[in-house]
Every structure is written in structure tokens, then in C-alpha cells.
Design a protein around this ligand. Structure first.
Ligand SMILES: [Zn+2]
Ligand SMILES: [Zn+2]
Length: 362
């Protein structure tokens, strides 16, 4: 097989052998043609680049790292998505409603600084789904059918912000040290007994802490429906690759809807929690009180990153349900309906068994 290389800017380049679409192969650094098997290696010439935060907070657009992409908005649930593939039929990744290709519009976005490419492929995610759905108790049979329809399972890159900063904090507080006293108390039976009681002695404490806060991860999209459960929203960020649009081929990409400014506020909140933890460690002792703390962040940078999940969306009794499989490590989670009939018959069966047991033991 002939090997070629793909550069960052070449978008939607068809297969040189047969003209078909080239798609990213999960778990590799290749794109390949589904029809003739021709492969090309994705070459990343750029390293990671952290962007200085403040110029981007002040004005959007006109920056070096912003670019126009085509977007489609779902009229049903409002999710915005960028589709790096010529699907014959388009469906919203979150609610499975049809999308109209003619509705595509151009929008500016801050180019992702990094992407965590899918590590497991669609087939594998489908097997994980299947195993999970089969083990569900009291799930309606329709659910099993719907969830197993591969048409409604899509690979989606979710947008996140990550922030880095140098943190410095000054604090005042108190260090608590435990000591024990023995007391004579009356127990439940009215007898006098000795009891050890823990007490705390407090000492004044103050000082400063500093360090580097790396990769604070903040969600960059908020959906009305189909929020990714926190249980699966954990990725190994060591697998991040410098951004190259070839990794998006064959997948859906969601554009951030939480502005950088708002993401930065969440990151600051997280920095405060980290600072407090460092202050407590610095105070030492058995327990600590932090009464005042001034946190300063400097050398702040950020990245817009894309993280992989498989989403399955389907409708049941007029309601929408989603399952999610983490595209890196395969953890699964989702909401699911219960079948009232299955529960009813199971309870009935249990009651009959109990009834029979009682009857024959008389
Ligand atoms: Zn081909
Ligand atoms: Zn939708």
C-alpha cells in the first residue's frame, strides 16, 4: 500500500486512487479510504501552542487562530455541529432529528489547539453499546432495537477549554492540632465510665503558596438535551495531538457555545479551589482554617480542545434518550426508560412464587 502524508490545511482531500472520501482511522495517525484501502499518514508539523489569554478575551475575530467553519444547527434541540463528511442523510447527534444540508452556514471559531483523536472505532463502541443494552434490566424491547440501530450512533468531538496559569496566593488562617482528654461520663446503663474526647488547639498561621496550574478542563458547550454524563467525561489528556483537521474526518464536531470569557470564569473558580488546597497543605497540622486568601494568576494561556465520544440518540414514547461511550477509553453511560410491563410481570411472577411457597408449606 502506498503511503502519503497529509498536511494540516488540506481539507476533504479525496482518495488519490478512487476519489472516495478519506476518513480518520481511530487509534492510528492515518486517514484511509473505505473503498480501496489507500492510507495516508497525518503529519503534524506544528507542536502544541498555548494561546495568550487576554487578547482573545477582549475581542473575537481577526486573530491569527480564528477561522471560518461551516455549521449546522438542529432546529429541534439547538445543538450546533460541524460535519466533516458527506453524509447521505444527516441526523442531529443529540436528538436524531434530520438536519438539512442546505441550512449550512459559515461561522467564525477559535481553531482548536489540540485534539484527542478517537482511540476506539465505531465497531468497538457499537459492541460496548450492545453488551450494555443487553444487560439492562426491565428495558423495553423497542429500546434494545432502537439503541442497536447503528445509524443513530455517531462519533462526536466535544469542545472544551483548558487553561494554564502561574498561581500565587497569600493567606491567613489557623492551624488546628488535636489533643485528647479523658472524661467521666454516664453510659446508657447509668454506670460511670471513662471516655476519650478529641479536642482542637488553634494556632495562627499565614504564608504564601505558588505553583503552575496545568490543564484546567472546562466544558465549552451546554446542551439543552443530551448532556454528557460526568461519569464518562474523563479523558487521558496525555493523548492530545496538535490540532489537524484530518482527525475530524468522518466524525461530527461540535462548536463551543460557552464563550471563552465564561469558560475562563469557571477556570478561575477552579484555581481558587486549588489555591485553598495548597494553603491547607502549607498550614499543616491536623486540621486547618483559611480565613483570608488573595489569589493572583499570571502568564495565563488557554487552548480550545476537542475530545471524543460516541453518542447514540433515539426516541421512545416521544421522549429522547442518549447513550454515550467515551471515544478514548470506552466507558459507557446513558439515560434509559423502564418497561412498565416487564416490571409488572416480574413482580407478578415473584408474588405467584411466594404464594405457592406459602400454600405448600401449610
Ligand atoms: Zn480509494
Ligand atoms: Zn438535535
Amino acid at each position: 500500500m502506498e503511503e502519503n502524508t497529509v498536511k494540516n490545511t488540506e481539507l476533504k482531500k479525496p482518495c488519490i486512487n478512487c476519489g472516495a472520501e478519506m476518513k480518520y482511522q481511530p487509534g492510528t495517525t492515518n486517514i484511509s479510504c473505505e473503498y480501496c484501502g489507500h492510507q495516508e499518514t497525518i503529519i503534524n508539523e506544528n507542536g502544541f501552542e498555548e494561546l495568550e489569554l487576554y487578547p482573545y478575551l477582549n475581542a473575537m475575530g481577526a486573530q491569527r487562530h480564528s477561522e471560518e467553519i461551516s455549521m449546522l444547527q438542529c432546529k429541534n434541540c439547538g445543538a450546533t455541529q460541524h460535519i466533516e463528511e458527506n453524509y447521505k442523510s444527516l441526523h442531529c447527534v443529540y436528538c436524531s432529528m434530520p438536519l438539512v444540508l442546505e441550512d449550512q452556514y459559515k461561522e467564525e471559531w477559535i481553531l482548536p489547539g489540540a485534539v484527542l483523536p478517537f482511540q476506539i472505532d465505531k465497531k468497538k463502541s457499537y459492541q460496548i453499546f450492545q453488551r450494555w443494552v443487553k444487560r439492562l434490566w426491565f428495558a423495553p424491547n423497542n429500546l434494545k432495537k432502537a439503541a442497536l440501530d447503528p445509524q443513530f450512533t455517531k462519533g462526536l468531538y466535544l469542545p472544551y477549554w483548558t487553561f494554564d496559569a502561574q498561581l500565587y496566593a497569600q493567606y491567613t488562617g489557623q492551624r488546628g492540632e488535636y489533643y485528647y482528654e479523658t472524661k467521666r461520663v454516664r453510659n446508657a446503663n447509668g454506670k460511670m465510665v471513662s471516655k476519650r474526647v478529641r479536642k482542637t488547639r488553634w494556632y495562627p498561621a499565614s504564608g504564601q503558596v505558588s505553583g503552575f496550574v496545568d490543564d484546567t478542563l472546562v466544558e465549552a458547550s451546554k446542551q439543552r438535551k443530551g448532556r454528557v454524563p460526568s461519569k464518562i467525561a474523563r479523558w487521558n489528556l496525555k493523548l492530545l495531538q496538535p490540532f489537524n483537521s484530518s482527525f475530524l474526518r468522518g466524525f461530527v464536531t461540535e462548536k463551543y457555545t460557552i464563550p471563552l470569557r465564561q469558560g475562563h470564569l469557571s477556570a478561575k473558580g477552579e484555581a481558587d479551589r486549588i489555591a485553598k488546597r495548597w494553603c491547607r497543605q502549607d498550614i499543616g497540622g491536623d486540621t486547618q482554617r483559611v480565613s483570608s486568601m488573595q489569589v493572583k494568576l499570571s502568564e495565563e494561556t488557554f487552548k480550545h480542545i476537542l475530545l471524543p465520544v460516541y453518542v447514540s440518540a433515539y426516541r421512545y414514547n416521544g421522549k429522547e434518550y442518549n447513550f454515550f461511550v467515551n471515544g478514548e477509553n470506552g466507558t459507557i453511560s446513558g439515560t434509559r426508560p423502564y418497561s412498565a410491563w416487564k416490571i409488572f410481570f416480574t413482580i407478578l411472577a415473584v408474588l405467584i412464587v411466594i404464594g405457592l411457597l406459602v400454600f405448600f408449606n401449610k
